[in-house]
Design a protein around this ligand. Structure first.
Ligand SMILES: Nc1ncnc2c1ncn2[C@@H]1O[C@H](COP(=O)(O)OP(=O)(O)O)[C@@H](O)[C@H]1O
Ligand SMILES: N[C@@H](CCC(=O)OP(=O)(O)O)C(=O)O
Length: 432
């Protein structure tokens, strides 16, 4: 059983055990710990009571150090499956959506009552928080959520969070999902609630260069975007697998949270991670974007896409403040999004570089762009193509003969089409 010393975590490790780049973890004030199904349960699906006991002891250790602690726990579906007497493949097979939802309903109570008992025995208070995709998509609900977590942690309570699979969580093919599993949920939550550290605890020691059961697999101590990882099978009970854990850890790190993927089977690991010891795989945090940027970039699903001119890109990239986009900045509008949707912003090469919330629907945006183009045409600010067509058409008119004004001289009503924000996800490998 884990024995966690009360007081400073660093006093528990000798100075040489603390890795300098992990110091921010030992100083982390608010921390999120996520335990996967494979940590919470045994391979036969029963509760892994000794691990849960050790987990709660270690959480108490973190609290005794004066930290605020949030726990994200998987396990409801697996525990519910056992209670309902359903076959094991119900949990593993994404096609069995309704059964998985029924399992989640039956298992969440088992999970929570066990935690509640263990917490009480150790003099701690916990509170259940079940969340859905929609809580992240709406900025207001996202704020309500983080406000509640703030209040609970300020009261010394440890919130225990799980996805509310009963109503949303099991539809893995749903394209509106902002998180696919509890790894991503923890990352969004850690980034959104200003946590300083996140531990993703699983059934293997760390992220390895290849599946840990393969010869030559090496622990990756510190992950960076160039690190090559060969991904193998996930555990029989897990939902996300290692690819999802890496994606989630990167999202958290980009959101300003120092993140470690480590084993939940080593009963002292939570203490070690937050003491700054060299365990698991570290994903070092980037500078923390502001809250709105974090929400736009990580916690939303893009409902469409706009392509902007090079000058507009330069403006967005070079300014640290939020920048609006005007109709004149747009090259193209893709999709059929409503007013106030979040859209991705790409450059002329099709590379996504930002996200923004639109101030009008796609239809109205197209109309606005057309109105502006017509205005320019009336003023004689011909595009190269229009100029060519016109010159070819009557053979007389030349550039400048239409009384056109330059940008600076124009008195145009400028309606914002996008309240922009830089810091969007880059395409492909950087996407969480
Ligand atoms: N390159 C890799 N490094 C580490 N683990 C890997 C790798 N590729 C595949 N895995 C597997 O990922 C599993 C952990 O993910 P998952 O099953 O989702 O766990 P959890 O239930 O804790 O979320 C491990 O059982 C491990 O075998
Ligand atoms: N919400 C689900 C867990 C989903 C999930 O992400 O599982 P895991 O990959 O084991 O962390 C449950 O409580 O069973």
């Amino acid at each position: 059983m884990a024995g966690f010393p009360v007081g400073s975590a660093r006093a528990w490790l000798s100075d040489t055990d603390v890795v300098p780049e992990r110091m921010p973890l030992s100083n982390a004030k608010r921390v999120v710990v996520k335990v996967g199904t494979a940590v919470v349960s045994n391979s036969d699906g029963t509760l892994a009571l000794s691990r849960l006991g050790a987990l709660v002891e270690q959480l108490r250790g973190l609290k005794d150090q004066g930290r605020q602690v949030i726990l994200v726990s998987s396990g409801a579906v697996g525990l519910g499956r056992l209670r309902l007497g359903l076959a094991k493949d119900v949990v593993a097979n994404p096609a069995n959506v309704i059964d998985r939802q029924a399992c989640a309903a039956a298992g969440q109570g088992i999970l929570m009552s066990t935690y509640d008992m263990l917490f009480q025995r150790l003099g701690l208070t916990c509170a259940q928080v079940l969340i859905t995709q929609g809580d992240f998509l709406s900025r207001q609900r996202y704020s309500y959520l983080t406000d509640t977590l703030d209040r609970l942690t300020s009261l010394g309570v440890i919130p225990i969070i799980n996805e509310n699979d009963v109503v949303t969580g099991c539809h893995e093919l749903d394209t509106q999902r902002v998180f696919s599993d509890n790894d991503k949920l923890s990352a969004l939550l850690a980034a959104g609630s200003d946590a300083d550290g996140l531990a993703l605890l699983t059934d293997v020691e760390a992220v390895f260069t290849k599946p840990p059961d393969q010869e030559g697999a090496e622990r990756i101590k510190v992950y960076n975007s160039l690190t090559a990882v060969e991904i193998g099978e996930k555990s029989s009970m897990g939902r996300g697998g290692m690819a999802s854990k890496i994606g989630a850890a990167r999202v958290a790190a980009l959101g300003g949270v120092h993140t470690v993927v480590a084993s939940g089977y080593d009963l002292d690991n939570i203490a070690k991670v937050f003491a700054g010891a060299d365990v698991g795989t570290l994903f070092p945090a980037s500078a923390r974007p502001n809250k709105r940027q974090r929400w736009l970039t990580f916690a939303t699903v893009s409902e469409g896409k706009i392509r902007v001119k090079a000058a507009a890109k330069d403006r967005l990239i070079s300014s640290s403040a939020a920048q609006a986009l005007l109709a004149n900045d747009l090259v193209n509008i893709y999709g059929d999004f409503p007013d106030r949707a979040v859209v991705t912003v790409e450059d002329q090469d099709g590379v996504e570089f930002a996200r923004g919330m639109v101030q009008m629907s796609a239809d109205n945006m197209r109309k606005e762009v057309q109105v502006r183009r017509d205005e320019r045409t009336r003023r004689g600010e011909w595009s190269g193509r229009a100029k060519w067509r016109r010159e070819k058409g009557n053979g007389r008119e030349k550039e400048g003969e239409h009384g056109g004004q330059g940008e600076g001289g124009r008195k145009e009503e400028r309606r914002q089409v996008v309240a922009g924000e830089k810091g969007g996800r880059r395409r492909g490998k950087d996407q969480g």
